[in-house]
Ligand binder design. Structure first.
Ligand code: C2E
Ligand code: CA
Ligand code: CA
Length: 547
């Protein structure tokens, strides 16, 4: 407040001195005018100017007295009103400056909040959780305290979203959050770390009894059904728990082990699991290897396989889908289903996606140099796709590799569009504006996106393999395949069927008007050297001579 009034006084002083300067000029001009007027008046009255005549003029002419006083009266009045105005103007400017500063602080706060919080539930997001976990670990180390880290996953959330729509899904999440907030302490952190995943971080005495007490409190919130629309929905959750420092002394390890426990909890009727070493050994998907995956990405231990796609109209191989594999030093060859879901949970998916993008584009560039004109489809997880930096990253990569952008297809799933359709749309537009194509992968399994498929700048839909593989045996699947082909064509989209395993299915797909085939019937995914040996033999794919 003191500095405020000082600044105010200082501003007023500056303005006053400028006003004073102009008042002096004004007074000088006015005095000169009065002298001139007196001289003229004297001359016209007496015919000559002398000191005596001047005094006589002055004495006899009362208006001259009034005139004489004017400059001083106006100078004083001007000075006085200007001072007041200077004061007011300065005060207004300072008020406005303060308002602008407040607005700026509010905007900065809002931006920081949005970057670290989830839009639907307003809870801290994964980023903020990681920061809190790191800080909690540091302070627990100093105080020799323990932490419990819970990961909670709502069972069957996807089905709820599918059947009731994502508006109801969001409402369910909000209700879960409200109930959870009622069970935890103010000092605990509750965060949303995935579509249907929450994390709770708390300082606890790590006895089994204590942990069980918390587990029961959390499980209790799921006893009452959740009201959604006119229904009362029964919801269950699985809980994985890791304790610091018992199960790990680093943030990554704690998060990863809680995930291992969560995975076990999902298979267990109790619906919760506290991490233990055996879980690592039993874990069928070797979930403990995230640290190793980080290294594998750095050390280029991943490999891309390529699965050919055949155009049903021209019978030619037109492109491939890049599918990542991991050659693990101990566990051997691993398919993406064994490590991608975990990479998505732990945030490792972003470096992994960057690795895949770089290697896929480098490979496509090499093929182009050898005059092998194949399009390359690259899978993007929803987490990666919704990273607002992604378009910049990919467009930057385009300038590094010499491939026409229309040879690059990004495969995204419908779930990429559910949480934030307008963001997804913006990202898609930026990518497609650069010439890249977008394909909707696993079409038909996700959310009922038919309404907005029309709005999306996509060029392709891929019918999910679960419908294709059995379409000759299951009438329902055949109906869905036909519907997707018709829908795609109505929207001028290229329709790809994946998971084609036999000739009969291929023929049937050709009859239905499908554009592109992909599946074991044509070829399994292959590494580059095998693909290069295979390609010349398949110049005219044996695919589908219609009977
Ligand atoms: P997707 O995108 O649906 O990929 C197709 C999967 O189906 C591949 O499994 C492929 O090997 C398999 N497949 C191809 N033809 C047939 C067939 O005729 N019959 C059957 N039963 N399966 C067939 P893969 O390579 O194990 O990949 C599994 C999933 O992992 C992919 O599903 C994709 O979602 C994900 N994925 C693979 N590579 C990447 C990647 O680089 N980044 C990301 N984010 N995800 C990836
Ligand atoms: Ca795919
Ligand atoms: Ca797929």
């Amino acid at each position: 407040m003191d500095t405020l009034s000082k600044t105010l006084n200082h501003n007023v002083k500056i303005m006053k001195s400028s006003v004073t300067k102009h008042a002096i000029y004004g007074t000088l001009i006015a005095v000169t005018a009065i002298i001139f007027a007196t001289l003229l008046s004297c001359y016209f009255h007496y015919g000559e100017i002398s000191l005596f005549n001047l005094m006589e003029t002055q004495k006899n002419n009362i208006t001259l007295w009034v005139l004489d006083a004017m400059p001083f009266i106006f100078a004083f009045w001007g000075q006085y009103t200007s001072s007041i105005m200077a004061y007011e103007a300065s005060a207004i400017i300072m008020d406005q400056t303060a308002d602008l500063k407040n607005l700026n602080v509010a905007l900065e706060y809002k931006a920081a909040h949005e970057a670290t919080h989830d839009a639907i539930t307003a809870l801290p997001n994964r980023l903020l959780l990681m920061d809190r976990l790191e800080q909690a670990i540091q302070s627990a180390l100093r105080q020799k305290a323990s932490l419990a880290f819970f990961i909670l996953d709502i069972d069957g959330f996807k089905e709820i979203n599918d059947t009731l729509g994502h508006y109801s899904g969001d409402r369910l999440l909000k209700q879960v959050v409200t109930r959870l907030q009622g069970t935890i302490r103010k000092s605990d952190t509750l965060a949303r770390v995935g579509a249907d995943e929450f994390a709770i971080l708390m300082q606890v005495e790590p006895s089994k009894k204590n942990i069980m007490h918390i587990v029961r409190k959390v499980q209790k919130i799921f006893i009452e059904p959740f009201p959604l629309e006119t229904l009362a929905i029964e919801v269950q959750a699985s809980i994985g728990i890791a304790i610091f420092p018992n199960h790990g002394k680093e943030m990554d390890t704690i998060m990863q082990r809680a995930n291992v426990a969560l995975y076990a909890a999902k298979q267990d009727s109790k619906k919760y699991t506290i991490y233990s070493k055996q879980l690592d050994q039993n874990s069928p998907h070797r979930l403990t290897m995230m640290g190793e995956l980080r290294q594998a990405i750095k050390n280029d231990e991943l490999i891309l396989y390529f699965q050919p796609k055949v155009n049903l109209h021209t019978q030619k191989v037109i492109g491939v889908e890049a599918l990542v594999r991991w050659e693990h030093p101990e566990h051997g060859f691993m398919t993406p289903d064994e490590f991608i879901p975990m990479a998505e949970r732990t945030g490792l998916i972003t470096p992994l996606s960057i690795w895949v993008l770089n290697h896929a584009l480098a490979q496509a560039e090499e093929w182009h140099r050898q005059n092998i004109k194949l399009s390359i489809a690259i899978n993007l997880s929803p987490v990666t796709f919704l990273d607002t930096e992604l378009p910049n990253l990919i467009i930057g990569m385009l300038s590094l590799y010499n491939i026409p952008p229309n040879y690059i297809i990004l495969e995204i799933t419908e779930s990429s569009m559910i949480n934030d359709p307008s963001l997804a749309m913006e990202i898609m537009k930026r990518l497609t504006n650069s010439g890249i194509k977008i394909s909707i992968d696993d079409f038909g399994t996700g959310y009922s996106s038919l309404a907005y498929l029309r709005e999306l700048p996509t060029s392709e839909v891929k019918i999910d393999k679960s419908f294709v593989t059995d379409m000759l045996k299951k009438d329902n699947d055949a109906v869905i395949v036909q519907a997707i082909i018709d829908l795609g064509h109505n929207l001028s989209l290229n329709v790809v069927a994946e998971g084609v395993e036999d000739k009969e299915t291929a023929i049937q797909l050709k009859k239905l008007g499908c554009d592109v085939l992909q599946g074991y019937y044509i070829s399994k995914p292959k590494p580059n050297d095998e693909l290069l040996k295979w390609l010349p033999k398949k110049k005219n794919a044996r695919v589908v001579k219609q009977n």
